[in-house]
Design a protein around this ligand. Structure first.
Ligand code: EPZ
Length: 417
C-alpha cells in the first residue's frame, strides 16, 4: 500500500506537461485488436489502467512492445479467451473487450468490469446495443457470455448519451454487415480519437463527436497508427491547482477547446490566466468569486472535474452551488474536505459550498480517482501536513503526478507503508 504526504502552501511555478488521455487510451488498446496486424499507439500515459489492459492482451495472445510512451501491438496470433474476474474488475474499460471480441470472434466471455465506486454503473445500454446488432446475451452471477451468428448493422437509439456504450457499439459495428447509426451518441473528445484509430485501420465511421455516428461495416481491418489525445481531465485538474497556487504556472500540451467550459468558469470566478496556443499560464487568484457548477455530458462541465473544482469553490468568497448529474455517488471527498476545515453541506448529488475557508492538513482517504485528485489539491493549499491513503486510485489515472507536482515546487512525496 502507498500513501501521499504533502506539506501545503507552496506556490507552483514552472511547466507541467500533459500526457495522453486515460479515457481514450483505455479504449484504443482494446479497439486495436480488431486489426489483423500491427497497431502503433503513441503518447500513451504510464498509468496503472494501461498495465491492467496489457495483462488482458497477454491472455489474448497479443504481442505488446512498450517503449517510453509508445505501444506496438501485434494481433496476428490473437485468440479468444474468457476474461477472468481478477482481470476484468481491475478497471471499467475492460468492457471494451466485449465490443472488440464480439466483432472479431462473434463470442465473448467475461466477468463484470470494475472501476471507481461512484454509482451502480450498469452496462444495459452496451448490451442493448449488442442485441440490436444481433447478439445474444447470457448473464450468470457476474459473468457475461455474448454470442452472435453474425452482426448486422442497425439503428440504435441510446436512452442516455453514454460514453462507454457509444464507444463499445462503435467498435462492435465496425466489422458488422451493413450500416449502423447510433442516435443520441455521446460526443466526448475521446470518442473522436477512437473513431480516428478505427478509420486509420480501414473502418468507415463518420459523425464521431456529434450525436449521430454512422458506421458502415467493413470485412477486414489493417495495420495503423494513432496518437492519444491530451488528457483534458488531467489538464483541468492542474489548471484548478494553478488557480489555487500558481505563480506563472504553465500547463503545456493541452487542447483549450476541450476545457473551454472550465476556463469560462474560472473567468467568472476572477482567475488570472493567459492562453497561448496549447499552453495556459496561471496565477493564484487573490480573491475568488463564487459560482454555481452543474456537471453534464460533453461539451458541458465534465463530471470528472467536479470533485477537484469543489476544492476551488471552498476558497471563493461566498456561496457556490454544486450539482452532480451523471453519477449518483460522487461526493466521497466532501467528508474529508470538511475534516480539513471546508464548509460543504452535501446531500445526495447536491452540495452548498461556503467560502473562503482556511484548510489544515489531516489524515484522509481517497475514495476514488477524482476524489483523490481533489484531496491532493486540498493538501497543496492546506496549512501543515496532509496524509492521503488508498492512493492507488489516483495512480490509475494521473501519470507521474508526484514528479509533475514536485517539479513545479510542491512539497509532495509518495511512500510505501
Ligand atoms: C466514462 O465512463 C468515463 N470512464 C468516466 O470517467 C466518466 O465519468 C464518464 O464517462 C462520464 O463522462 C471512461 O471513459 C473509462 P457513461 P462510462 O457510460 O463510460 C449511465 C474517470 O474518473 N449508464 O457515460 O462508464 C451511468 O450509470 C471516470 O476517469 C447507464 O445507465 O460513463 C451514468 O449515470 C469515472 N447504462 C451515465 O450513464 C449504461 O449502459 C454515464 O455513464 C451505461 C451508462
Amino acid at each position: 500500500m502507498k500513501q501521499i504526504i504533502i506539506e501545503g502552501n507552496k506556490p507552483l511555478s514552472g511547466t507541467i506537461k500533459i500526457g495522453g488521455a486515460k479515457n481514450s487510451v483505455v479504449a484504443l488498446i482494446p479497439a486495436a485488436i480488431l486489426s489483423s496486424g500491427k497497431v502503433k499507439i503513441t503518447n500513451v500515459p504510464s498509468i496503472s489502467d494501461c498495465d491492467a489492459l496489457f495483462e488482458i492482451l497477454h491472455l489474448l495472445n497479443v504481442n505488446v512492445e512498450m517503449q517510453e510512451n509508445v505501444v506496438l501491438m501485434d494481433s496476428k496470433d490473437l485468440k479468444n479467451a474468457l476474461i477472468p474476474e481478477n482481470l476484468s474488475n481491475k478497471l471499467r474499460a475492460s468492457y471494451y473487450f466485449m465490443g472488440a471480441l464480439l466483432a472479431k470472434f462473434k463470442k465473448v466471455e467475461m466477468y463484470f468490469p470494475g472501476g471507481c465506486n461512484i454509482g451502480s454503473r450498469p452496462i444495459d445500454l452496451h448490451l442493448k446495443g449488442f442485441e440490436a446488432l444481433g447478439a445474444k446475451i447470457k448473464k450468470t452471477k457476474s459473468k457475461y457470455t455474448i454470442t452472435a451468428e453474425e452482426l448486422k448493422g442497425a439503428d440504435i437509439y441510446l436512452e442516455f448519451a453514454s460514453v462507454g456504450a457509444t464507444i463499445n457499439i462503435m467498435i462492435a459495428a465496425t466489422l458488422a454487415k451493413g450500416t449502423t447509426v447510433i442516435h443520441n451518441a455521446a460526443r466526448e473528445a475521446e470518442i473522436v480519437n477512437i473513431a480516428e484509430l478505427l478509420n486509420n485501420m480501414g473502418a468507415k465511421i463518420s459523425g464521431a463527436g456529434s450525436d449521430e455516428i454512422t458506421i458502415k461495416g467493413v470485412k477486414k481491418l489493417h495495420n495503423a497508427e494513432v496518437k492519444v489525445i491530451p488528457d483534458r481531465i488531467e489538464a483541468g485538474t492542474y489548471i484548478i491547482m494553478g488557480a489555487l497556487l500558481g505563480n506563472n504556472l504553465v500547463i503545456e500540451g493541452m487542447v483549450p477547446e476541450h476545457n473551454i467550459v472550465l476556463l469560462n468558469k474560472l473567468q467568472e470566478m476572477g482567475v488570472d490566466f493567459k492562453l497561448d496556443n496549447q499552453r495556459i499560464i496561471l496565477n493564484r487568484a487573490k480573491k475568488l468569486k463564487p459560482t454555481n457548477v452543474r456537471t453534464v455530458t460533453y461539451p458541458g462541465f465534465p463530471t470528472d472535474l467536479g470533485q477537484p473544482m469543489s476544492v476551488l469553490l471552498t476558497q471563493a468568497d461566498g456561496i457556490s452551488m454544486f450539482e452532480e448529474t451523471i453519477w449518483e455517488n460522487r461526493m466521497g471527498h466532501v467528508k474529508y474536505l470538511n475534516m480539513m476545515g471546508a464548509n460543504i453541506v452535501a446531500e445526495r448529488q447536491h452540495a452548498t459550498i461556503t467560502g473562503p475557508t482556511k484548510l489544515h492538513g489531516e489524515e484522509i482517504t481517497a475514495t476514488d480517482l477524482r476524489a483523490g485528485a481533489a484531496l491532493v489539491a486540498a493538501g497543496l493549499i492546506a496549512d501543515g501536513t496532509t496524509i492521503i491513503h488508498d492512493v492507488e486510485h489516483i495512480l490509475r489515472g494521473y501519470e507521474r503526478i508526484i514528479n509533475k507536482l514536485s517539479d513545479v515546487g510542491a512539497n509532495i512525496k509518495i511512500v510505501d507503508i
